[in-house]
Write a protein that binds this ligand. Sequence first.
Ligand code: SAH
Length: 235
Amino acid sequence: MNLILLFPEDFIAPDRVRLGGRRLAHVLEVQRPTVGDTLSVGLLNGDMGRGEVAHLDPAALELQVLLDRPPPPKLLLTLVLALPRPKVLNRALAAATTLGVARIILLNAWKVEKSYWKSPRMSEENLLHQRILGLEQARDTVLPDLRLARLFKPFVEDELPSLAQGSLALLAHPGAAEPWPRAVEGSVTLAIGPEGGWTDREASSLQQAGFKAVDLGPRILRVETALAALIGRLV
Ligand code: SAH
């Protein structure tokens, strides 16, 4: 946690917050400040700044806060991610958020197991929590949009073409003829497949929706590694 993310309900005065629970536990265990120390803070979807420790005991932390800086800019990047298995989902959501992805779409695919959609990790609470962890890691405050597309065909045929319009739309697909572009300017929509890959039909539907299939080299990467490697090459 490189930034303590604040929520409107934390404020007990216009410039003072009171924290307990997970954030207090983290501060006590990892940051171990004393009264008068300053910690990095930011308001969800708002400015960031400093919080001076005004009071600290095992039950509560009170910070005097000054929010005077905007959060870092997001990447002009929409990620279309075939829904990974639940454990990987958590890591992928947090990593995409940390890397600065502006919009995340979790998409069904043939090789996505139906049970993944029913996992407790798909609760709204967890989907929010993983993105919050990603923001706290990155020192950002702006929650990326998240959308669930449970039906591949109608989403890819009817909605994706207009969502991706005006951006460079890339389909990560091992063995594709084109290499992965580097240092792209402008906005990008990036589609990453499930652990078993996209089927040929899915790859051609995505290509019909305007995506160009690109290859990242002979090594097959795990979804969360692919995510970091692909984004790293784009920026
Ligand atoms: N057996 C699958 C591998 C899937 S890896 C297959 O052959 O397609 C999971 C996803 O990560 C892929 O669908 C792709 O989107 C991305 N990915 C992993 N390694 C890649 C590479 N070398 N080139 C392009 N995309 C890759």
